[in-house]
Ligand binder design. Sequence first.
Ligand code: PA5
Length: 446
Amino acid sequence: MPHALEWSRAYTGRLSEADRAAQAVRADELAARLESGIAAGEMPFLTMPYRARLEQDIDAVLPRVKRFRHMLVLGIGGSALGGRAIQRAFAPGQDGPNHVGPCLWIADNVGPGQFEALLGSLSPNETVVVTISKSGGTIETVSQYFLVRDWLKAACGDSWTDQMIVVTDVAKGYLHDEAQRLGLAALEVPDNLGGRYSALSAVGLLPAAFLGIDWQALLDGAADVARPLVEAPRAIASHPSFATACWANALMAKGYSQLIFFCYIPQWATYGPWFGQLWAESLGKDGKGSMPVPAVGVTDQHSVNQMFLDGQRDKGCIFLTGKETSRGPLFGDDIPEKWAWLRGKPFGCLLEAEALGTRMALCKSGVPLLHVDMADTGPRAAGSLMMLLEAATVFTGWLMGINPVDQPAVELGKRLANTRLGAPGYPAESADLAAYLAVAEQRQPF
Ligand code: PA5
């Protein structure tokens, strides 16, 4: 059975079939845009023209990274979240007891104590470091790089450069220049492949390869979903990503300002934050967009679900399920009488039943719900899901009339932080900062 989108409860609540039809009429407009975008080389997340070179690069560098027990990734946002989702889904061993295989540590924050503790607990001689930044100039990542460079140098001397790999733009940026200057191994983040669309490049796949994950299967799964769009962009109307975009845009037009991503594949829970960043950074523009709300079944049935069911009627839901290949241990025949109906059943039936129960409860509460039903939960399936969601995000942005691949608003905070630290060249930000800090504070101790 193939993976499937199940639409029977999607156009409910304030949405109707008329809304579906109203969006679908824009298929030709999007098809033309897709066709020209592909022709201009602006859609590499979809066409993956970088695949052959990526395969060569990973094959070349893998023997070197495999010598180490630990990989430390320095990166943030799109340079971290995809890799982490893939790790947690397909190599979760290091979170459990008695782990003996390779370990991946992704440092995507600048908490000084946390970072110091991480470096303190890793042996530099057993660690290969991968610094990932498309722009090559992100302050969080570059500042980590400076510290880790010193940490490696102190332990390994001049040979520290053998333990540092860079994943960045092929032609420009500080990290690119640094790699050239020092002769560091460097893998590319291809042109036009923005951070949150880059998980299926070296950004997410070098760490995956280090962990022994079938990274080629992720690419194959992505290609399965992308192929019909790439080969026949004019047929976009029949593609599930377009249908998803139409639904998401219709939801926003009817005042649904939040989009729950309810993941009932527990080992894929970290795809929630990955999707959250993809959706929010791509679509939160010009006062538009819907807030992604990642949630994990069944855990979040006991936390935020009450709000989903009976809070403001402003939520749509993407509901993700999968077929567990292992359905877990069986309940014994000595289960107490009160629970006798569980006897002989596999533990996995609980997940399935609770997913159904929650889905029904959401539908009964009038939450428009798109059910994404995965036929299996292997890496190829995950690649397919990632491609579906990336394409749906881009198409939603096009329907909204915004640019889904930039993030101008978050740049301001970065410029202000740099200014605060004394970086030159930001006169407007300097003045803004002074004005902000001049406002008298109103502190209330507690
Ligand atoms: O999705 C994006 O473009 C961003 O979240 C970036 O990934 C993030 O800001 C890190 O940027 P860079 O990879 O240039 O260091």
